[in-house]
Design a protein around this ligand. Sequence first.
Ligand code: URA
Length: 208
Amino acid sequence: MKASLRTGTKLHELRREAEDCRACPLWRNATQTVFGEGPASAEIMFVGEQPGDKEDLAGKPFVGPAGRILDRALKDAGIRREKTYVTNAVKHFKFVPRGKIRIHQKPVTPEIRACRQWYEGELDAIKPSLVVALGATAAQSVMGKITTIGKVRGKILDTNDGVKALVTVHPSYLLRVPDEASKRREYRRFVDDLKVAAASLPKAARAA
Ligand code: URA
């Protein structure tokens, strides 16, 4: 069997297993497990926090407002999303209902830890050259400890999993920046971080 076929099968099996995950209580209220998405041959893996409202319903990561910013920034950094693997540190939507609206809740450490088995499986199946952690929850999972984004942002780091990582902000942070000038500046910084990520990849993957 070709290596890419083997890793593809492995991912497929992992995704199926994750559908029935009961490792923490978040499965009870979520619509479904939102597993990662992208080719098993991806050289770069993006890790977000957890699916949001839209992702929970669609069963796909980063398809809502934060996903649209991520898509735009990837394009501006010269990265084709379809060549990347996109996933989340926590694979169920955590929320509190407020009338008809579901309000996002930040996952806590036991939930991040319980879900790490799936991230580890994805890492093992894909063996990317670089993992990009988007925001504090992703950074905690990828780095294996609470990590201050401002201290490590935009640098290529070593992890205990043996994979290189880069930590940057979560795209939804850019949605919350209040004024237009700061929004543009923060967006440019985000794209610059993604460019550092792209430049660290082996040449063949970069041109993809
Ligand atoms: N925010 C995330 O962290 N992940 C998603 O998939 C969507 C929004």
